[in-house]
Design a protein around this ligand. Sequence first.
Ligand SMILES: Nc1ncnc2c1ncn2[C@@H]1O[C@H](COP(=O)(O)OP(=O)(O)OP(=O)(O)O)[C@@H](O)[C@H]1O
Ligand SMILES: [Mg+2]
Length: 379
Amino acid sequence: MTVSRLWCARLTLTDFRSHAAFDLALDERPVCLHGPNGAGKTNILEALTMLAPGRGLRGAALMDVARGGAEAAADRVRPWTVSAHIMSNGDDLVLGAGAERTDIGVKRIARLDGRPATAGDLARAARMTWLTPAMDRLFAGSAGDRRRFFDRLVLGRAPEHGQAAAAYERAMRDRQRLLNEHSRDGAWLGALEREMAAHACAIAAARLETLERLQETIDSRPDGAFPKARMALEGALEAAFAEGRASADIEDEFIAALARGRGRDAAAGRTLEGPHRSDLLVRHAPKDMPAEHCSTGEQKALLLGLILAHGRALAEDPGAGPALLLLDEAAAHLDPVRRAALFDELLALPGQAWLTGTEPALFEAFGDRAQMIAVGDPG
Ligand SMILES: Nc1ncnc2c1ncn2[C@@H]1O[C@H](COP(=O)(O)OP(=O)(O)OP(=O)(O)O)[C@@H](O)[C@H]1O
Ligand SMILES: [Mg+2]
């Protein structure tokens, strides 16, 4: 069986962060971006992530990524574009993202082969996941950060997960507004709660499915250079799905729970129950220890192992496929043995890996199995 591969053959940036005009032609080997601090390496990874749903790897506002955007007045900033030729299954697709000026301001644009597209279209055309140094504190950080991290993994399998989450949030906001206004419109509240519950079930089920596949992928291999994670989702709906209960029952119970919680949520000014509060619990399996109690290096290795396993799980999933894997500054903090192991794992994945580092020497263990790209100081 030939495994389909996914890689970027060309990346073009216009007025994106520090890059006025950047054009890179590539082959399918991993891409190692090296250059001094401030050269614009992370900006290049971020540009790629603008092709995924959401706000990219820095969570930036639309015009903050425009060149000079953080400083200049909004009406002075030139719109930006990112365009990537993605080779997938022998097809050459052109994905585009950017900002466009309209009469009423600027709007986000997405294109596939020159035609207007949705974020979901782009997500299906090129899956991608990433790790940044900011995620080093993921296990010790907030539940919200872990939930968002995990939801991005879910998105790799199920691009519609993003729409379900957005629709759930919208219904939740509308219900909370009614509660805050002390509305007694039970019919309207009930309708919003039913809508919330339908989306909540889709969200929880998709999360659980992703988690189970990921755990299976992790467990199916012998111990390697990266410690295995044992994961669980903390959340009432996820737990109900994990017990194998029927979706219709879970939905009905959540509707009832929301109705019971109206007074409580009105008093709190926010919705205290639901999948928007779930958490991802991770344990370091070999040590049988909660991830947040592990050393900094152990946590990094755990996270890398998790993201690599996710790459394998996606590639093996008939409903998904290979993903680009972007690793910002991952190599610098590994000892040489682990670094070489990381490169071997990346080469075994059918999706192209992108790495950054200040020194080309960091990528020596790749030999000629990767392409080295020097990123100059644009200033
Ligand atoms: N909107 C923007 N317009 C112009 N320049 C920007 C904008 N946003 C950020 N920059 C600049 O981009 C430069 C490069 O940032 P980037 O984070 O990509 O560097 P890097 O190569 O990853 O460096 P490091 O090795 O330190 O991580 C910074 O000097 C920053 O000032
Ligand atoms: Mg950087």
